[in-house]
Ligand binder design. Structure first.
Ligand SMILES: NC(=O)c1ccc[n+]([C@@H]2O[C@H](COP(=O)([O-])OP(=O)(O)OC[C@H]3O[C@@H](n4cnc5c(N)ncnc54)[C@H](OP(=O)(O)O)[C@@H]3O)[C@@H](O)[C@H]2O)c1
Length: 350
C-alpha cells in the first residue's frame, strides 16, 4: 500500500484576477498549492488551476461562504479599503497572513537612500477619513493611499499578533500590467528610430533614480515567506539604479536595430508640456524630485531576507511578448504618442 501523501497547502488569495494578486495565485498554483481566489471576476479569470469564489467585498456578507473554512495561508491585496481587511481578518481562518501594502506608507518620498527602519511613516487613516469613493476621486492622493495602507497593516498586525508578513512593494512591473509606466518602454524601444528619453541628471545634480520589482519575483518572494511563515515588515523593490541605465538595459534587450536614444534635458521636456512619471503625454518613469526617495530605497534588508530580482532585460522581454501577444497596438495609457514624440524631438533639436 502506498503511503498517503499530504494534501497540498490551501492558500486564499484576495483578488487573483488582477495584476499582482493574479501573479501570486499563478505562482502558488505552479508550486502545487490548492488556491482559492476571492474577487468579483470583472478583472478577468484567475489563473488556470485556481478556483474563483465570486464575491463583491463591498457587500457585508461577501465572505460568508468562507466561514468555517481553514486555510494554511491568506494573501490580502486590498488596495484602499480598511473595512475589507478588518472583515477578512474576522471571517477567515488562516494560519499565516500576508498583507500586500505599499511604499506609499512612507512620509518622505524625496530623500534618497532611506532604509525601512529609519524612514518616517505617514499618519494612518483609520476613521471616517479613510473612506474612499473611487467614483468621486479616481486618483487618491499618496497621503490617502499610504495612510489607508498603514491602517490596514496595523489591523493585520493586531489581529494576527504580529505573525504576518507585511510587504511594501515599490513600483511593480511585468507582464499583465496594463496601466503602469514601465510598459511604454519595451514597445517604444522595439519600434526603433530615435527615442526621446530623459537626460541623465535630475534637479539635484544626481542621476535620475529608478527602482522596480518584477511581479513574478514579488509573487515568488511572497510564496517563499508564506511557506516559511515569516513575520515582519519588508520593502519589495529591486536594487536602486539610474533611470538612464534602466532604459539602456531595456533598449539593449528589446530595441530595434535602428534604435537610438536621444537624451532630452528636463527643461525641454517641461517646455514641451511633457508630464513626469505616467499618464498621457508623459515621459514614463521620469520622476519629479518628489519621487527621488521613493525610487532609491535601500532594500538590503529585503535581499537579506531572500528577495531575488531578475534583470530588467528579462522583464522587458516578457512585457513585450505579453503586450504583442495581446494585440498591444492599442494606445498606451502612459507615454508619448508618435506625433507627440516627433514634436518633442523637433523642439530638442532647436
Ligand atoms: N501595481 C503596483 O505598482 C503596486 C505597487 C505597490 C503596491 N501595490 C499593491 O499591490 C496590491 C495589488 O495591486 P494591483 O493593482 O495589482 O491589484 P490587483 O492584484 O489587480 O488587485 C485587485 C483585485 O481586487 C479585486 N477586486 C476589486 N474590487 C473588488 C471588490 N469590490 N470585491 C472583490 N474583489 C475586488 C479585483 O478583481 P475583480 O475586479 O475581478 O473583482 C482584483 O483581482 C494592491 O494592494 C496595491 O496597493 C501595487
Amino acid at each position: 500500500m502506498s503511503p498517503k501523501s499530504a494534501p497540498p497547502p490551501r492558500l486564499l488569495v484576495f483578488g487573483g484576477t488582477g495584476f499582482v494578486s493574479r501573479a501570486v495565485a499563478a505562482e502558488a498554483v505552479a508550486r502545487g498549492y490548492d488556491v482559492t481566489c476571492v474577487a468579483r471576476g470583472t478583472g478577468g479569470a484567475p489563473p488556470e488551476g485556481a478556483r474563483l469564489l465570486r464575491a463583491d467585498r463591498d457587500l457585508p456578507e461577501a465572505l460568508a461562504p468562507l466561514r468555517g473554512a481553514r486555510f494554511d495561508a491568506a494573501v490580502e491585496t486590498a488596495t484602499l479599503s480598511l473595512p475589507w481587511v478588518r472583515r477578512a481578518l474576522r471571517e477567515v481562518t488562516a494560519d499565516h497572513w500576508t498583507f500586500v501594502s505599499s511604499i506609499s506608507v512612507y512620509a518622505d518620498t524625496r530623500t534618497r537612500g532611506q532604509t525601512l527602519a529609519a524612514a518616517p511613516l505617514r499618519p494612518a487613516l483609520c476613521g471616517d477619513e479613510a473612506a474612499y469613493d473611487p467614483a468621486a476621486d479616481p486618483e487618491p492622493s499618496q497621503a490617502h493611499y499610504g495612510g489607508v495602507k498603514l491602517a490596514c497593516e496595523q489591523a493585520v498586525r493586531e489581529a494576527t499578533g504580529d505573525t504576518a508578513f507585511l510587504v511594501r512593494p515599490g513600483l511593480v512591473v511585468g507582464p499583465g500590467d496594463d496601466v503602469g509606466p514601465f510598459g511604454y518602454w519595451p514597445l517604444r524601444m522595439a519600434r526603433g528610430r530615435t527615442a526621446a528619453v530623459p537626460a541623465e541628471d535630475g534637479a539635484d545634480g544626481l542621476p535620475l533614480p529608478a527602482q522596480c520589482v518584477d511581479v513574478r519575483d514579488l509573487a515568488a518572494w511572497i510564496l517563499d515567506q508564506t511557506g516559511a511563515r515569516t513575520a515582519g515588515v519588508y520593502d519589495a523593490a529591486g536594487p536602486p539604479v539610474s533611470l538612464a541605465s534602466l532604459l539602456r538595459e531595456v533598449a539593449d534587450a528589446v530595441g530595434h536595430d535602428s534604435l537610438e536614444l536621444l537624451p532630452v534635458p528636463e527643461d525641454t521636456l517641461r517646455e514641451a508640456g511633457v508630464r513626469t512619471w505616467t499618464g498621457p503625454r508623459s515621459m514614463p518613469l521620469w520622476p519629479g524630485p518628489e519621487l527621488y526617495g521613493a525610487l532609491s530605497r535601500d532594500v538590503a534588508s529585503s535581499f537579506a531576507a531572500g528577495l531575488r530580482t531578475r534583470p530588467v532585460a528579462e522583464t522587458a522581454e516578457a512585457v513585450l511578448r505579453d503586450r504583442l501577444g495581446r494585440g498591444a497596438n492599442t494606445p498606451p495609457v502612459a507615454g508619448l504618442t508618435p506625433v507627440e514624440e516627433a514634436s518633442l524631438l523637433r523642439l530638442a533639436a532647436g
